[in-house]
Design a protein around this ligand. Sequence first.
Ligand SMILES: [Zn+2]
Length: 451
Amino acid sequence: MTSSNETVADIARVFRGTFVHSTQNAALEILEDTVLGVDTEGRIAFIRRAEEVAKLSDRWGFRISDVRHLGPDRFFMPGLVDTHIHASQYSYSGTALDLPLLQWLNTYTFPIEANYKDLDFSQDVYTKVVKRTLKNGTTTACYFATIYTDSTLLLGEIADKFGQRALVGKVCMDLNNTVQHYKETTDHSTEETNRFIDELLKRKYGLVRPVVTPRFVISCTSKLLDHLGEIAKNNDLHIQSHISETKEEVDLVRELFPDSESYADVYRKHNLLTDKTVMAHACHLTDSELKLFRDTGASISHCPNSNISLCSGMLDVRRVMKHNVKLGLGTDLAGGYSPSMLDAMRRTLDTSKALTIQDPQYKTLNFEEVFRLATLGGSEALSLHDRTGNFEVGKDFDALLINPFVPDSPFDVFPNENIKMILEKFLNLGDDRNIVEVYIAGRRVVPFQSV
Ligand SMILES: [Zn+2]
């Protein structure tokens, strides 16, 4: 019986065991013998020490016999946030890594993205990428699709069907001299962006939202960038694009926009740098550009696999942190060859170590910091931290249940290893076999239901 008349939400699930997550103050907090309750809206109702379970049962009205015990050395961690992924490039991930960015786009990317006019092809690839990323623990994805509106709406529909939290962007580009058939006119791009946003919002998907998506400065006229800045502002929408991935691209932008102070300044002038903007790469930003990011609240998606695979550059994460710029991690399929955020974490550590090899004074990132970037950091970068990112009361329950003892586990656990060591092993050696259940907004989405 409750001791007051205060109404409490109905509880849908209660788990007892170990929870690991990041907080504002700690890159890694390990909560052992803890109970967590999820309400019928999918939100975290409470997270308390297990010794309080009787009191909690009394207050929230659940039966102690319904509490699910995770078992020793299994644990929940927050779902992974992929802040930059091209759903439309999934089909050729793991190949085509032999050219620098601008040639890579012309040779591989644009001809393949042009195939998404075909909705059957779109359906096949988009279903596979949503399932693949969910299996690998990506509970939130910030997707680039292609220039085709109906195909991009289909990506939103598929993410919704499988229960993934997603920002979905119809790509805008009215400049493309090399692959002429893969571009739009300025007016068409603007009209179709409006149609995409209207249609997607009309469908009232709980977890899928549109994101305004200029491909990057080189693919867009100033007029189109202006229109997109206005659309984002009028609808209070997220914005995503690329910035300073390679030096060649930075030089080209300087030639195209001689009146702008910098690459970042081009976006700022078109109202595309806001506190809901996420820009991928940012390897070659100057200090004044990083200051512009901090001042506008725009964030950076660090995509280390892609940065190395296309020999684009190495982002100095410490420098970004020093400038207090929000930062998350991205797979950047298919410039990055892996759809897994575990890989993004590993490549982040590799890049940091490469910087230390170049300068032994450089303070290498540790695995706890990288864990934070892939979870809470990503949610901050996408301005979704009031909904997801860690196990705070009131946030949605977006979580991965990790079991290090599954048959064929890619790593072994030995006696006396604590949860911190097991987590580190999982982050470095684990894979989707260890991610036995995935929850998004309280709904179990992996293993897949027949849909
Ligand atoms: Zn990208």
